[in-house]
Write a protein that binds this ligand. Structure first.
Ligand code: NAP
Ligand code: MG
Length: 403
C-alpha cells in the first residue's frame, strides 16, 4: 500500500513523561507505516521549554494560527517541585494557558465511548461535550474579608466621566465580599468558538446561566450569545439541522441528566470547572477523554484531557512495564489528521482516521485493554490486560485487517 500523502503540515507539539513515550510509539506503530507524515515539529518537553526560555510554546501556538491544525502531547505545568526536579531557571507558565491565550480559544472536552464500558447515567447513549469559558468570573476575582460594620460599595470610574457608585451591602458585623468581572470581547470569542464547533461537529449547542437572578452580569452572557447567534449563525444552524438552546443553569443540569447525550454544553467558567469533572467521571475514565481547543476563527488544537501520567513514568524509568492507556492521545492524532484531510480535501486521510478509531474501539470491545479500563469493564468476554505497546500492536493488527 502506498503511504497517504499530506499537503499542509500538521503542527506537532511533543510533550513530557509517560505521554512522550506513548507519543513516539503511536507514531511508530500506527501512523508512520501508513502516512507520509508531514508535521512541523515543536518540542514542548520541559527541558526544551527551559532551553528556549519557553519561546517554543509561543512559536508552536503561532504555527497553529498559521496552519490551522495542531496535535499536542500532555506537558508538565511546572510547580515548585518540578523547578527543582528539572533545574528550571523559572517556573514556566502552563503551555496550555499560553496557547489558549494566543489562539483566544475555548476548550471542548468529550468522552470516547465504547461498548462494554457504560456511563454511570444509564440513559447517556452519546457523548456530552463540555465547553468551558476559561476566563474571568471567580477565577480573576478580588476578595475582601470584612472585619466589622461598614458599607461595601461597587465603584466604576470610567476612562472619561464621573464615577458610578452602588451600595453592595451595609454590613452590621463581619462578613465577606467579592468583586468579579468579564469582558464583552472574551464572552463573544467564547460564543463564536461554541457556535463554530457545534456546526463543525453537527451537534446541538446548549448554554445556561443564572440570568433570572443575575440580571446584568449573567444576562449579558445570554444576550451576547443570542445576538451573535442571530446575526452570524442562525442560518447555518438551520441548514445543518442543529439547534441553539438556552435555558437556566439549574434546568440545564436536570435536562443533562435526563438526556441521551449527543450535544455540546457551553458553561460559564465556574459551571464548566465543576460540571466537566462530574460529566467526565460519569462517563468513565480520564484516559478516554479528548480535548480540543477551538479559536473563534476556526483553528484547532487537539489533545488528551489527561496529564503526563507521572506515576506510570517513574515506574517506566525503573524498567517496569506500564499499562498506560494511549487512546485519548491516539484520538488527538486521528482527529487532527481528519481535520487536516477535511481542510485539504484528502479523503484518504479522513478514511484512515475513521478506520484507526474504529480499530481501536474494536480491540477494546474484543476484550483487550489497558489496566485502567479493566476495572470498568462490563463486557461479555473477560478483559485481557496488556501493556501499552502490546495494546498499540493489537490496534495495528486490527487496523491492517481493515485497510
Ligand atoms: P494525570 O497525568 O492525568 O494522571 C493522574 C492519574 O490518572 C494517573 O496517575 C493515573 O492513575 C490516571 N491516568 C491518567 N491518564 C491515564 C492514562 N492515559 N492511562 C492510565 N491511567 C491514566 O494527572 P497528574 O498526575 O495530576 O499530573 C501529571 C502531570 O501532568 C503534571 O505535571 C501536570 O502539570 C500535567 N498535566 C498536564 C495536562 C496537559 O498537558 N493538558 C493536563 C493535566 C495535567 P493511576 O496512577 O491510579 O494509574
Ligand atoms: Mg476542576
Amino acid at each position: 500500500m502506498d503511504k497517504i500523502k499530506m499537503t499542509t503540515p500538521l503542527v506537532e507539539m511533543d510533550g513530557d513523561e509517560m505521554t512522550r513515550i506513548l507519543w513516539k510509539d503511536i507514531k511508530e506503530i500506527l501512523l508512520e507505516p501508513y502516512i507520509d507524515l508531514k508535521t512541523e515539529y515543536y518540542d514542548l518537553g520541559l527541558p526544551h521549554r527551559e532551553e528556549t526560555r519557553d519561546q517554543v510554546t509561543v512559536e508552536a501556538a503561532e504555527a497553529t494560527r498559521k496552519h490551522g491544525v495542531a496535535v499536542k502531547c500532555a506537558t508538565i505545568t511546572p510547580n515548585a517541585q518540578r523547578v527543582k526536579e528539572y533545574k528550571l531557571s523559572q517556573m514556566w507558565k502552563s503551555p496550555n494557558g499560553t496557547i489558549r491565550a494566543i489562539l483566544d480559544g475555548t476548550v471542548f472536552r468529550s468522552p470516547i465511548m465504547v461498548r462494554g464500558i457504560s456511563p454511570v447515567v444509564k440513559n447517556w447513549k452519546r457523548p456530552i461535550t463540555i465547553a468551558r469559558h476559561a476566563f474571568g468570573d471567580v477565577y480573576k476575582n478580588t476578595e475582601y474579608k470584612v472585619p466589622g460594620p461598614g458599607k461595601a460599595e461597587l465603584v466604576f470610574t470610567p476612562a472619561e466621566g464621573e464615577p458610578v457608585r452602588q451600595t453592595v451591602y451595609d454590613f452590621t458585623g463581619a462578613g465577606v465580599l467579592q468583586g468579579q468581572f468579564n469582558t464583552v470581547s472574551s464572552i463573544s470569542s467564547f460564543a463564536r468558538a461554541c457556535f463554530q464547533f457545534a456546526l463543525d461537529s453537527r451537534q446541538d449547542l446548549w448554554f445556561a446561566t443564572k440570568d433570572t437572578i443575575s440580571k446584568q452580569y449573567d444576562h449579558t452572557f445570554k444576550d451576547i450569545f443570542q445576538e451573535i447567534f442571530d446575526a452570524e449563525y442562525a442560518k447555518a444552524f438551520q441548514k445543518a439541522g442543529i439547534e441553539y438552546f438556552y435555558t437556566l443553569i439549574d434546568d440545564a443540569v436536570a435536562r443533562v441528566i435526563r438526556s441521551e447525550g449527543g450535544f455540546i454544553w457551553a458553561c460559564k467558567n465556574y459551571d464548566g470547572d465543576v460540571m466537566s469533572d462530574m460529566v467526565s467521571t460519569a462517563f468513565g475514565s480520564l484516559a478516554m477523554m479528548t480535548s480540543v481547543l477551538v479559536s473563534p476563527d476556526g483553528k484547532y488544537e487537539y489533545e488528551a484531557a489527561h496529564g503526563t501520567v507521572t506515576r506510570h513514568y517513574y515506574q517506566y524509568l525503573e524498567g517496569k512495564e506500564t499499562s498506560t492507556n494511549p487512546i485519548a492521545t491516539l484520538f488527538a492524532w486521528t482527529r487532527a489528521l481528519r481535520k487536516r484531510g477535511e481542510l485539504d480535501g484528502i479523503s484518504a486521510l479522513m478514511t484512515f482516521a475513521d478506520k484507526l478509531e474504529a480499530a481501536s474501539l474494536a480491540v477494546i470491545e474484543g476484550g483487550t485493554m489497558t489496566k485502567d479500563l479493566a476495572g470498568l469493564w462490563e463486557g461479555e468476554v473477560p478483559a485481557v490486560v496488556v501493556n501499552s505497546r502490546r495494546f498499540l500492536e493489537a490496534i495495528r493488527d486490527e487496523l491492517e485487517q481493515r485497510l
